[in-house]
Design a protein around this ligand. Structure first.
Ligand SMILES: *Cc1c(COP(=O)(O)O)cnc(C)c1O
Length: 369
């Protein structure tokens, strides 16, 4: 029996009855776009994050793209402005920047946390820098106190990419409530996953919330009056109904993920496998459990033969993607390149049994080269 990397079916099976009831509620309501479920989720999720506003959008990429666009509409950003972003992020963070004709400035991550290093971010600031886009990669929060300090001293906007970090916090303050705005994804595989696409922006700036909401609704606030050349990006009523169910369980799921992580951390012991370091603080929600190995490909093959499915996040860094050919051509990013060659994500989910984790541990400990 293989141990899957992520068993979405079992995750959602835990809440099957409530999810079925939620979908029935939407079907029977006769109201399928921007109804009570979306409203309730926006309120619930803003409250969960501790922010004033939450705006549901179609997906996580739109959450980031529309926030930057809104800042352009508000004259806080303009085409050609530089946005500092970790070089090892998922491509969506970069796409949101270039879609707005802003310039991504790739900064090497901290090799231990995989996250944007505040010192390197500060060193990358130029007169054209207007924003920082830290990413809470793999579920671990970036060093937000230090990043906000840099941003305040240089008068920069901060957009958190919280797509992998629902519920993570530093000093009691959650992801989504540190920056001036934050983008979330509810893609099914994320820690708070819908049963289809979904996303949201959280912010405590009323003006920004208002413009994002308007942009996502064809640029229209009042029906048939268009203020902007907007887009259609709304959180679906049905997905919001599912998310209202799953939001109630996110803290339990985070606890379950952390206990899987602890079991890995306490028991995997192999010189060829470097474990993530974690001090058991609330800054990590273990969206992924990412180890490193100089013999990563052999390790992945060895685990695969033993019936353990693993994935690589990510095999190709953004600056080496075909889509960005010529774009970052002069930049050397050795830390980022090396991370992409050495990372491996072990099975991680809130429904992974102790027994299965033991099997992964045992197989990891048997690996030799
Ligand atoms: C998933 C993800 C996104 C994009 O979210 P979608 O809902 O898939 O568009 C953005 N940034 C990061 C870091 C992600 O992991």
């Amino acid at each position: 029996m293989t141990i899957p990397f992520l068993d979405l079916k079992s995750i959602n099976a835990q809440y099957r009855e409530e999810l079925v009831n939620a979908s029935a509620r939407v079907i029977d309501s006769g109201w399928y776009i921007q109804g009570e479920e979306v409203k309730a989720f926006e309120q619930g999720f803003a409250q969960y994050c501790g922010s004033e506003y939450c705006i549901g959008v179609a997906n996580g990429l739109d959450a980031l793209t529309l926030t930057l666009r809104a800042w352009k509409e508000l004259d806080k950003l303009k085409e050609g402005d530089e946005v500092i972003v970790p070089a090892n992020t998922y491509i969506a963070s970069i796409l949101a920047i270039t879609e707005n004709r802003l310039v991504p400035i790739l900064v090497e991550p901290d090799e231990v946390t995989f996250n944007l290093c505040p010192q390197k971010a500060e060193a990358a600031i130029t007169p054209k820098t207007r924003a920082i886009l830290p990413v809470h990669l793999f579920g671990r929060m970036a060093d937000m106190p230090a990043i906000m300090d840099v941003a305040e001293r240089h008068n920069l906007l901060v957009l958190e990419d919280s797509a992998q970090a629902h519920g993570a916090s530093i000093n009691g303050k959650k992801a989504g409530n540190w920056g001036h705005a934050s983008g979330f994804s509810f893609y099914p595989g994320k820690n708070l996953g819908a049963l289809g696409d979904g996303g949201a922006v959280t912010t405590s700036c009323e003006e920004l919330a208002d413009v994002i909401r308007t942009l996502g609704n064809y640029g229209s606030k009042e029906k048939y009056h268009n203020l902007y050349q907007g887009v259609n990006s709304r959180l679906s009523e049905l997905q919001a109904a599912f998310l209202n169910v799953k939001l109630r369980y996110i803290d339990d799921e985070v606890r379950a993920r952390r206990s899987v992580a602890k079991q890995y951390l306490n028991n995997i012991s192999n010189d060829h496998i470097a474990l993530p370091n974690w001090d058991e603080s609330s800054n990590h929600v273990f969206h992924l459990f990412v180890v490193r190995s100089e013999t990563r490909d052999e390790l992945q093959k060895f685990l695969g033969i033993g019936g353990i499915q693993t994935l690589i996040h990510y095999p190709i860094p953004p600056h080496r993607q075909y889509a960005y050919q010529g774009y970052f051509s002069n930049q050397e990013l050795p830390v980022t390149d090396h991370l992409h060659e050495s990372v491996l994500s072990l099975p991680m989910s809130p429904v992974l049994s102790k027994y299965d984790v033991d099997k992964v541990v045992a197989r990891c400990n048997e690996f030799y080269i």
